[in-house]
Ligand binder design. Structure first.
Ligand code: SF4
Length: 349
């Protein structure tokens, strides 16, 4: 197989699903704690469920330390999970190192934030792409097949003519070109899902849009399911079909991107939007928004009840004790928030 075919499978089909995904990192014990039974852990991800579908982008938005990248690494099987399930086409991958695991690793590819760190500076672009094609059995049978596959990969990420790039080293490319090479390397596996962890945050502002447009083109032409991790909620509106907002290890709001970004329901989502730079907003409004900023909580001892309650400007008594469940919001189908403000029983009693 030498070229990457445009996908024929129907858009919307579920590719990858996380169900109640949980990850706790044990904290190394201090000398004085050695004789106690205390076992602290960082509650990085708790009970997260999300679904990636063919031809759709899901954005996972939140501030640093909220657990977004941990979710990507769990889905890429780079970390073992503490709890929950990950299913590719409805099947759990159990055995690390088996053929099902290898198939999973081909079909679910990750794109990292820093394209320079993710490419080996001592090897050419040809080496990186050839390795990916060979590992995933997509290099074809002859040298001509391999050349064709390399050209196809570079053309697919709009690095043309391919011969201008194949024998360059990563340091000879711009940041945007390096990220395109990293995307081409992921495509060498012919994946069904891409996990893009802040793929444009280290690039110059002027070239971010080009890389996002490329990912959107791949979504449409290859019918890829894409998880887009970002702290920039404005780019989620532009790029993603669905947006999920994460705070302190939990998803707190979800829905289609237009609704979540234009009619945010959860107080944390509103805070994120108010905190985004907006030249049209007068300084008085911005200052008022930032009065509630506060600090993210410790994930070793996360707050009880709603984890956002110490920062929430509208917290109620029950927020300190009761963990909010996902509640439907208004008329927009699929829009929900984990916030007691939307508990109809609470409102009517
Ligand atoms: Fe604020 Fe309570 Fe809603 Fe949490 S559940 S966001 S504390 S109102």
């Amino acid at each position: 197989m030498t070229s990457i075919p445009d996908a024929k499978a129907p858009a919307g089909e579920v590719v990858l699903e996380a169900i109640g995904l949980t990850k706790h990192f044990p904290v190394r014990r201090k000398l004085r704690d050695l004789f106690s039974n205390r076992k602290d852990a960082v509650h990085a991800v708790d009970d997260v469920s999300l679904t990636l579908r063919r031809g759709k982008v899901v954005a996972l938005v939140g501030e640093s330390g909220s657990g977004k990248s941990t979710i990507a690494r769990l889905l890429a099987q780079l970390y073992p999970r503490t709890g929950g399930d990950i299913q590719l086409h409805g099947t759990t991958t159990k055995v690390k190192g088996g053929s099902a695991f290898r198939r999973y690793c081909s079909q679910v590819q990750m794109i990292f934030q820093d394209p320079f760190a993710s490419l080996n500076p001592t090897h050419t672009i040809r080496y990186h792409l050839t390795r990916s094609l060979k590992i995933h059995d997509n290099a074809g049978k002859s040298a001509a097949d391999l050349d064709q596959a390399l050209n196809d990969l570079l053309e697919r990420v709009q690095l043309t003519p391919p011969e201008r790039y194949l024998d360059k080293f990563p340091h000879e490319l711009s940041g945007g070109q390096r990220q395109r090479v990293a995307i081409a390397r992921a495509l060498g596996a012919q994946p069904e899902a891409l996990l893009a962890d802040e793929p444009v945050s280290m690039l110059d502002v002027s070239i971010r849009l080009g890389v996002l447009n490329l990912l959107r083109d791949l979504r449409d032409r290859l019918n890829l399911a894409i998880l887009y991790i970002t702290h920039d909620i404005a780019s989620a509106r532009y790029f993603a079909d669905e947006t999920m907002v994460m705070y302190a290890g939990r998803i707190v709001e979800g829905g289609d991107s237009e609704t979540v970004t234009q009619s945010p329901a959860h107080p944390y989502t509103r805070l994120l939007i108010d905190s985004a730079p907006d030249p049209d907003r007068l300084s008085g409004d911005a200052a008022a928004a930032h009065q509630t900023d506060g600090e993210p909580p410790s994930l070793i001892h996360p707050p009880s009840g709603c984890r956002f309650h110490p920062r929430c400007p509208v917290a109620m008594d029950r927020c300190k004790t009761d963990l909010p469940v996902p509640l439907e919001i208004g008329d927009a189908p699929g829009h929900w928030a984990a916030c007691w403000l939307y508990d109809r029983d609470e409102v009517t009693t």
